[in-house]
Design a binder for this molecule. Structure first.
Ligand code: GAL
Length: 415
């Protein structure tokens, strides 16, 4: 890898660049927020950046969960032409830092007192060897179940509070000709459902052992067999056209009553809201059955780039991202809650209030856990190894016993 040399060269250029005439702050921003709700949310940042004289070059890479965006990022960095700001999160921030290609944004973090307004768990993800290297945007929750209110009412069904209740409700809906579970057959969506099921069936300690500590005995346990059993049941509740479907199209199926439920992070709420649907009236939100809270913190990392216009752009972006107004307006659109602890939630919807309350309770009770499916718990290789097995199982008639064996082996081989 030539990253270290490349980083040194960028720094040299950046320093030389400061003596040049002052140009408007620039930012080329790589992100994967292309659905209706996501685009509406990122537009808040574009607008704030422009209002401060910044020139934003948009680099959207479509594909929920960001796999395609991460492939595009790697190509750009390898070509020696990294974007200025990149939607990046969790351990991936550290992985890129280790490549020597991230910029240090500590000056903004210190000036704005980030350490005082961000929870320690979130701040930890944003620091690289003590220096601030990323700016957090939000807290998304993964373990949500969304439902079409009218469809449930018509079929005499309330939000399930156990997986048995979910299965019974789904069977009843299926008999009534409604697709019980709106799902898109993409690996990251399979993983999203899987981790919510694993948390629900195994509980927070099991989740921690399996997907944070990668404990072999837990990966091969009878409880994990039960998790795959439930995944097999759920495979029977999706429609025939699920393969490859984008997550927002699955959300649309719930909106229009073609399907009853979707298990998805709360960016799905951003989609409902963007379509003018009202929480508690048109759609319902509840945590998936079981205890705990799976968090997913979106953030932007700044890459080492040449030129004071770009470095100014990075610092301005970082300042805006953690700014109070942005954290409020963006998250009201995005479906998440602010990363900052001092943003009032009065104007947020009831689902956001549930999220904030559950997050506090889980934090106090030791069941606030990082999402493995959304890159918060594990490095890419380990998370990828797990997801490959989840998807292989979901899309075949593999037994649960074979799946757990394969899971344990795949994790070992990925280390
Ligand atoms: C997640 C990301 C969310 C949302 C979702 C679907 O990984 O954290 O912000 O955009 O993907 O694209």
């Amino acid at each position: 890898m030539k990253f270290k040399t490349l980083f040194a060269a960028s720094v040299a250029f950046a320093v030389a660049g400061t003596s040049l005439a002052h140009a408007e702050p620039q930012a080329e921003v790589l992100h994967w927020w292309t659905s209706g709700g996501e685009a509406r949310s990122v537009a808040v940042l574009q607008k704030e950046f422009a209002s401060r004289g910044g020139k934003w070059t948009d680099m959207p890479v479509a594909g929920g969960g960001g796999d395609a965006a991460m492939t595009a990022l790697r190509a750009r960095v390898l070509a020696g032409n990294a974007p200025t700001a990149v939607q990046l999160k969790g351990p991936a921030i550290q992985e890129w830092y280790e490549e020597g290609v991230l910029a240090n944004i500590s000056s903004v973090a210190k000036a704005q007192g980030w350490a005082d307004v961000l929870p320690a768990s979130i701040a930890g993800h944003m620091k690289c060897e003590g220096k601030w290297c990323a700016a957090p945007v939000n807290v998304h929750r993964i373990d949500w179940i969304w439902a079409n209110a009218a469809v449930l009412a018509k079929n005499g069904i309330s939000m399930p509070t156990s997986w048995d209740e979910f299965n019974a409700a789904a069977a009843k809906l299926q008999a009534a000709g409604i697709t019980p579970l709106a799902h898109g057959g993409q690996a990251w969506q399979d993983a999203t459902v899987f981790e919510a099921v694993a948390l629900g069936i195994g509980g927070p300690k099991f989740f921690q052992k399996a997907f944070v500590e990668l404990d072999q005995a837990t990966l091969k346990s009878n409880t994990m067999v039960k998790v795959f059993d439930q995944m097999r049941i759920m495979r029977g509740f999706v429609d025939n056209n699920f393969s490859g479907r984008d997550w927002n199209l699955a959300t649309a199926m719930v909106m229009n009553g073609e399907a009853a439920f979707q298990i998805m992070g709360d960016w799905a709420k951003g989609e409902f809201l963007a379509a003018g649907k009202r929480p508690g009236i048109d759609f319902l939100c509840a945590s998936t059955p079981g205890d705990g809270f799976l968090y997913n913190v979106d953030s932007f990392a700044m890459f080492a780039v040449d030129g004071s216009d770009k470095t100014d752009g990075q610092l301005l972006l970082a300042e805006l991202i953690v700014g109070k107004n942005f954290q409020k307006v963006f998250n009201m659109n995005k479906g998440s809650i602010p990363a900052r602890v001092d943003v009032a939630l009065d104007d947020f919807d009831p689902c956001a209030h549930t999220s904030a309350q559950d997050m506090a309770t889980s934090n106090a009770g030791g069941s606030l856990l990082p999402s493995y499916a959304h890159g918060m718990a594990l490095r890419g290789a380990q998370a990828g190894a797990i997801t490959d097995v989840v998807t292989a199982h979901f899309n075949s008639d593999m037994s649960s016993a074979d799946a757990v064996e394969m899971l344990a082996t795949a994790v070992t081989n990925s280390m």
